[in-house]
Design a protein around this ligand. Structure first.
Ligand SMILES: Cc1cc2nc3c(=O)[nH]c(=O)nc-3n(C[C@H](O)[C@H](O)[C@H](O)COP(=O)(O)O)c2cc1C
Length: 324
């Protein structure tokens, strides 16, 4: 067994890690090598004080990046043993990975890893075709494999009840000028290494839309190009809501997203009802499930979309300084 991970392994794995989703594409992560372990840290300089005052979104994003990191290391033949929040005195360190016994990657690891560059948020209307039962089952299994649950809302009344909660949360958020200003700051009209390019931001919302969209200043909608009438909405939840639970939820989110990509499905994320505490409680009660909702996903068959940019690997690494 290797004594520790090296700089080259770190660089290769981080190339995959940074493809993870993050609120407004802030990419709130850093990666470092310490005593042969790879560590994932929340980058405090990239928090969103108005949108994410508790740091929930940053920890979910770091959890998603951590899942990509795990896959990349496993596919390279050295899977990692992971410890979450390893240093109580350093809460920004969300995970530490040390080498496990080398082995061949499994076919599942290989196919999920291959899906990393093909995954992106697709905010456009999906085709009305239903998501097949075997894909639904695989998505639930993906969440369970990461100690989370995925509740698929079945039937018009469940989806309508959810939509009402989501629209209410959206209205609460939109009343906050600091929230609106923060979102506007992260919409990109020109090429940039972070933020949401207007082209990827989805179409403008219209009054007949069932689900609220975040509003990244997207393009006008072609006439008649409405959202699917019966979207498949899924709620991802974790056992609790500690900082560790949120990192766990981020890993489960990424596993579900890559599973969806591998199955040819498109996904957009909707977190307004998670960000407003009253709406999150309502959602939890409406599901009647033990645990805490951490993310909502709209899943279906979509047209090809728009991957968003990322910062360079060099810009998110903290490498040990060599003496001399
Ligand atoms: C915690 C979290 C919350 C998010 N919430 C939303 C949301 O409410 N609406 C939305 O359109 N996208 C949401 N996203 C998706 C991000 O905007 C998206 O991941 C980011 O812009 C990068 O784009 P990509 O997913 O295409 O790589 C969220 C992502 C994360 C990790």
């Amino acid at each position: 067994m290797d004594i520790g991970f090296g700089v080259e392994q770190l660089r290769v794995a981080v190339t995959d890690a940074v493809r993870a989703p993050s609120l407004h594409n802030t990419q709130p992560w850093r990666f470092r090598l310490r005593d042969g372990g790879i560590e994932v840290l929340v980058d405090p300089a990239r928090r969103l004080p108005a949108t994410d005052p508790s740091g929930w979104g940053a920890r979910v994003a770091c959890g998603a990046a951590l899942f990509n990191l795990r896959l990349a290391l496993a596919v390279a033949g050295t899977p990692a043993v992971v410890r979450l929040r390893p240093y109580p005195a350093e809460p920004d360190v969300v995970a530490r990975l040390v080498p496990d016994v080398p082995r061949r990657p499994t076919p599942l690891e290989q196919s999920l890893h291959a899906a990393i560059p093909r995954r992106f948020s697709n905010r456009a209307p999906f085709w009305p075709d239903p998501v097949p039962a075997d894909a639904r089952w695989r998505l639930g299994e993906a969440a369970r494999a990461e100690q989370c649950w995925l509740e698929l809302l079945i039937g018009t009344s469940a989806v309508n009840a959810f939509a009402e909660i989501a629209r209410g949360a959206h209205r609460v958020l939109e009343r906050n000028p600091a929230y609106r200003a923060e979102r506007a700051e992260w919409v990109r009209r020109e090429h940039a290494p972070d933020g949401v390019p207007a082209a990827a931001g989805g179409p403008q919302s219209e009054p007949q839309d069932l689900l609220p969209s975040r509003g990244f200043g997207g393009r006008d909608r072609a006439p008649g190009r409405d959202f699917e009438p019966e979207p498949l909405v899924a709620v991802l939840g974790s056992a609790g809501n500690t900082a560790v639970d949120q990192v766990v939820a981020g890993q489960a989110l990424q596993r579900v997203l890559l599973t969806a990509t591998d199955a040819g499905l498109a996904v957009s994320l909707l977190s307004q009802p998670i960000e407003v505490p009253g709406a999150r409680d309502q959602l939890r009660l409406s599901l009647g499930r033990f645990g805490t909702p951490q993310m909502v996903l709209r899943i279906g068959f979509g047209q090809p979309g728009w991957p968003t940019p990322r910062r360079r690997v060099e810009d998110v690494l903290d490498l040990p300084v060599r003496p001399g």
